[in-house]
Design a binder for this molecule. Structure first.
Ligand SMILES: [Zn+2]
Length: 155
């Protein structure tokens, strides 16, 4: 059994590909539409062919219609590269007009969606996030969603 979550004290401790995805996720925060929360989130994922797809949170005056950065990136990836396996996704956030990252982990809805992507492709997706202890962490949706609800639950 693999470790559910691996912690890293510094960004430099991550592998090169993960650091690159964090960089792309930071860039993507500039495309966040967050006039209400002022919480800018960026996500960047890499496919097995090396393509990198990014997303940023998109808010709406009708709050329940807001969409998280992770799901923007995941749905864009499957809509444009339907047969590609997603290897990793990095997620970062900062408050508007703040340069420094603020800790942010995937919400429950995104964990559920990533879990289904893992089940669809029959391969875990490495999730890279900046946690509340100012540590970087690597995990998977399967690790974050024990006893998760999935396709097999409906069979
Ligand atoms: Zn989310």
């Amino acid at each position: 059994m693999t470790t559910p979550i691996t912690f890293f004290n510094h960004l430099e401790d991550l592998d090169t590909e993960s650091k690159y995805l964090v960089h792309k996720a930071k860039e993507a925060t500039a495309l966040a539409y967050a006039p209400y929360s002022k919480f800018c989130v960026g996500a960047a994922l890499i496919l097995e062919d090396g393509s990198v797809i990014t997303g940023a949170n998109q808010e709406n005056a009708s709050y329940p219609l807001c969409m998280c950065a992770e799901r923007v990136a995941l749905y864009a990836a499957t809509a444009t590269h339907p047969n590609q396996t997603i290897l990793k996704i990095a997620v970062v956030a900062h408050k508007k007009n703040h340069k420094d990252l603020t800790p942010a982990t995937c919400c429950g809805a995104c964990r559920q969606v990533i879990l289904e992507f893992e089940q669809r492709q029959k391969k875990p997706i490495e999730i890279i996030m900046f946690g509340t202890q100012n540590q970087w962490l690597k995990t998977t949706a399967t690790a974050l969603m024990p006893l998760g609800f999935g396709k097999e639950s409906l069979e």
